[in-house]
Design a protein around this ligand. Structure first.
Ligand SMILES: Nc1nc2c(c(=O)[nH]1)N[C@H]1C(S)=C(S)[C@@H](COP(=O)(O)O)O[C@H]1N2
Ligand SMILES: [Mo]
Length: 346
């Protein structure tokens, strides 16, 4: 089947010219697996049915996810965590199956098709990895992955992820608040914003040779947004280290903002005095704003943001869900924007 690969500033993904996700996502057996995956009993029954190897079932039984809702797939190294107590980090929605979370992705460094990252990201080398935290700080940091993994206790947090394209997922992430990392660098009085710079290495990332975006992919937050306890530095999902296609070895997750704010495979965090220009704002300033808080009342210039399609929830013909203000995190983050015209600050 012909698959027209294009960027979303040229074509809306629901326009019919791109493949709807139910056609690119392998389902069937995974859906059956998912329905059986109900904690430890699920792991045992999957082993009994032969859908999980004995080793996989064993891995799950030894490393159950803290929530008990997210049994380990047993594909990658375990990343033990405790259940987060941060308010808002325990979304009650049904989890999106691991198979969807890891095969329906946006990661343009590996191509613009939803299944491209899962197919291509095996060339990404998440180790060795160095993260630099610099700019307006008293103590610039240069940290290897092992130091980063030990920097604060790992928590499991269940967040909704709402892409600006009109689809959403519910993902059990593993990581800790970004604030831990920023505090270590001791921001100066001039630090007002934070820039996130991601890897752009054509040797590892074939999509970087295309001019669909201006590389590296960069994002930005106001310092108080970056310091909010919900803003997560994620190192894993479903109780394991991040699959490459989800932004290994570390990525940002800002659950009340559209998904593109959650930059993957970060190499540098720079504290700055003025806002930077994030990649999507640079690519299409008439369509994407700096804040990009999820807001069902402010439509994208080319489509409504009032509703969303929950991936893994029956596919293309299932009725859409209403999109929630700040993606459902208004109680936690609404006060960050007190007095701001939320239309103007899209
Ligand atoms: N470096 C980088 N980060 C990125 C992107 C990207 O193309 N490159 N896509 C963003 C978009 S649009 C979304 S919706 C989320 C998707 O994250 P997921 O594939 O883990 O669900 O990653 C965001 N982070
Ligand atoms: Mo997105």
């Amino acid at each position: 089947m012909a698959f027209i690969r294009t960027s979303r500033h040229l074509l809306h993904p629901d326009s019919g010219f791109t493949l709807p996700e139910h056609e690119v996502t392998p389902r069937g057996v995974y859906e059956d697996r998912r329905s059986l995956l109900k904690g430890l009993a699920g792991a045992a029954s999957l082993a009994a049915t032969g859908l999980l190897s004995h080793g996989e079932a064993h891995a799950q039984a030894n490393n159950p996810s803290p929530s008990g809702l997210a049994p380990r797939p047993g594909k990658l190294a375990a990343l033990p965590a405790t259940r987060s107590t941060v308010p808002g980090a325990q979304a009650i929605d049904k989890l999106t199956p691991y198979s969807d979370v890891t095969t329906y992705n946006n990661f343009y460094e590996f191509g613009t098709g939803k299944s491209d990252p899962a197919v291509n990201a095996h060339t990404l080398k998440p180790r060795p990895w160095t993260l630099v935290v610099d700019g307006e700080v008293n103590k610039p940091q240069r940290l290897g992955l092992d130091d980063l993994l030990k920097l604060a206790p790992m928590e499991e947090r269940i967040y909704r992820l709402r892409c600006v394209e009109g689809w959403s997922m519910v993902i059990p992430w593993v990581g800790y608040s970004l604030a831990n990392l920023i505090k270590r660098a001791e921001p100066t009085g001039n630090a007002k914003y934070v820039e996130f710079v991601t890897l752009a290495d054509a040797k590892q990332m074939p999509g970087v040779r295309s001019s669909v975006l201006d590389w590296p992919y960069v994002e930005g937050l106001r310092l108080d947004e970056a310091m909010h306890p919900l803003t997560l530095m994620a190192f894993g999902l479903y109780g394991e280290v991040l699959p490459n296609q989800n932004g290994a070895p570390l990525r940002l997750v800002v659950p009340w903002k559209y998904g593109f704010k959650s930059a993957k495979s970060i190499v540098r965090i720079r504290l700055i005095d003025k806002p930077n220009t994030p990649s999507w704002v640079k690519a299409a300033p008439q369509e994407y704003g700096y804040f990009s808080n999820v807001n069902p009342k402010v439509d994208h210039p080319r489509w409504s943001q009032a509703t969303e399609r929950r991936i893994g929830d029956g596919g293309f013909f299932t009725p859409k869900k209403p999109t929630l203000m700040f993606n459902g995190y208004e109680a936690q983050v609404g006060q960050l924007y007190a007095g701001m015209d939320l239309r103007k600050f899209f």
